[in-house]
Design a protein around this ligand. Structure first.
Ligand code: PGA
Length: 317
C-alpha cells in the first residue's frame, strides 16, 4: 500500500500512470503527447496531478532536459509492473474466452528483421485478434529494452552477459564476408584473415552485435582490421560494398530478399562463416503472456522453414 504525503496513490488514475510512463520512456512531454495523441498541456497537467498525489517531484528539469527523480524511477518500475499484470489479465481473459487476442511486443536485432516480419504475416492471419509492435534496433538498445522489461520477447544473437534470462535458439545466423562481385579475392579459397585485414573494411556502428562478433574474432587472432567506415545499417553497408568502399562482415540473412544483379559476392575466408544463432530471450522468471508463448512456439516450428526458403547459400545482390 502506498501512502505518500497526505494523499494516497490509489487516487491516481491508470491514465495518469500511462501518461507518466510515456513521458519517462521518451524523456519528453512532447513525444509522449504525440504517442498518446494528446496535447502537450494535457500531458503536463496529468503529470502535475500525479506529482501532487505522490507528494514528491517525479522529474527534475535542467535547462531543456528532464530527468527522472528517484521517486520517478521507482514509479516507472511500478507502472510497468502494473501494466504487465493488466496485460496478462487481458490475455487470461481472452484465453478463457477461447480467443487468442491481445498485444505482442517484440524487440529484435537488425538482422532478425529479415526473418521475423515474414513469420508475422502468416501468424497474424492465423490470429487476427493480435496486435503487434515490432522494434528493430541494435544489440545494445535491445539490452536496454530487456533490462527495462519493455517487450514480451527479444530476438538477439549474442546472449546478455549480465542479465538473468531464459533463452531458446531459434535459427542459425551465420556471419559472412561480403565483397563486390568483381573483387580480386572473389575466386580465392580459404583466404587468410591477415589478407582480409589488408582490405578497407566497413564496420557496423559501436553497440552492434555484428561488430562485436567480428571484432572478437580478429582480436582473438591479434589482427587489426583497416576500418574505413562505420555504418549503422546493414542495407547501407551492402550499398557501400557495391559502391567499392570496402568489404564487410554481415549476417547471411541480409541477402535474403535480394535481386539477381550480382553486385555482391561471399568471400571464402578462413574462420568464416562465424557460426551464430538467433535466440528468443526474455527475463528469467517473467511469465510469458499467452500470445507471446503462442508466438514463441510458432517461431520455433515455422521459423526454420521460412528461413530455408529465403536464405540462399550464395550472394545474389
Ligand atoms: P546487430 O545485431 O544489429 O546489433 O549488429 C545483429 C546480430 O547480432 O546478428
Amino acid at each position: 500500500m502506498y501512502y505518500l504525503g497526505e494523499t494516497s496513490l490509489k487516487q491516481a488514475t491508470l491514465h495518469q500512470l500511462r501518461v507518466f510512463e510515456a513521458v519517462a520512456r521518451h524523456n519528453s512531454f512532447t513525444r509522449a503527447a504525440e504517442e498518446l495523441f494528446l496535447t502537450q498541456p494535457t500531458v503536463s497537467m496529468q503529470v502535475k496531478q500525479l506529482t501532487k498525489i505522490v507528494g514528491m517531484p517525479l522529474f527534475d528539469q535542467v535547462g531543456k532536459r528532464i530527468y527522472l527523480t528517484q521517486a520517478g524511477e521507482e514509479l516507472v518500475k511500478t507502472c510497468r509492473e502494473v501494466f504487465d499484470k493488466l496485460d496478462k489479465f487481458e490475455m487470461i481473459l481472452s484465453d478463457l474466452k477461447g480467443l487468442k487476442q491481445g498485444r505482442l511486443r517484440l524487440a529484435v536485432i537488425t538482422t532478425a528483421k529479415y526473418f521475423v516480419p515474414r513469420l508475422l504475416g502468416p501468424f497474424c492471419q492465423q490470429y487476427p485478434g493480435i496486435d503487434i509492435s515490432l522494434q528493430v534496433t541494435n544489440h545494445e538498445y535491445i539490452l536496454g529494452r530487456l533490462n527495462e522489461n519493455l517487450d514480451d520477447l527479444y530476438i538477439m544473437s549474442q546472449l546478455p552477459e549480465n542479465l538473468d534470462v531464459t533463452y531458446q535458439a531459434v535459427l542459425e545466423n551465420p556471419l559472412i564476408i561480403l565483397a563486390p562481385a568483381n573483387h580480386p579475392l572473389a575466386n580465392e579459397k580459404n583466404i587468410p584473415l591477415e589478407r582480409i585485414a589488408a582490405e578497407p573494411f566497413i564496420m557496423r556502428e559501436p553497440g552492434s552485435g555484428t561488430r562485436k562478433a567480428v571484432q572478437d574474432l580478429f582480436d582473438e587472432h591479434q589482427i587489426s582490421l583497416k576500418v574505413r567506415l562505420d555504418l549503422g545499417s546493414n542495407e547501407a553497408i551492402k550499398q557501400a560494398i557495391a559502391g567499392g568502399l570496402g568489404i564487410s562482415a554481415l549476417s547471411r540473412h541480409t541477402l535474403a530478399l535480394e535481386g539477381t544483379t550480382g553486385q555482391l559476392t561471399i568471400l571464402d575466408v578462413e574462420k568464416f562463416p562465424i557460426e551464430r544463432h538467433w535466440y528468443a530471450v526474455y527475463p528469467n522468471g517473467k511469465q510469458l503472456s499467452v500470445v507471446a508463448q503462442t508466438f514463441l512456439e510458432y517461431m520455433l516450428t515455422q521459423g526454420k522453414q521460412i528461413s530455408e526458403n529465403t536464405v540462399t547459400p550464395t550472394a545474389r545482390t
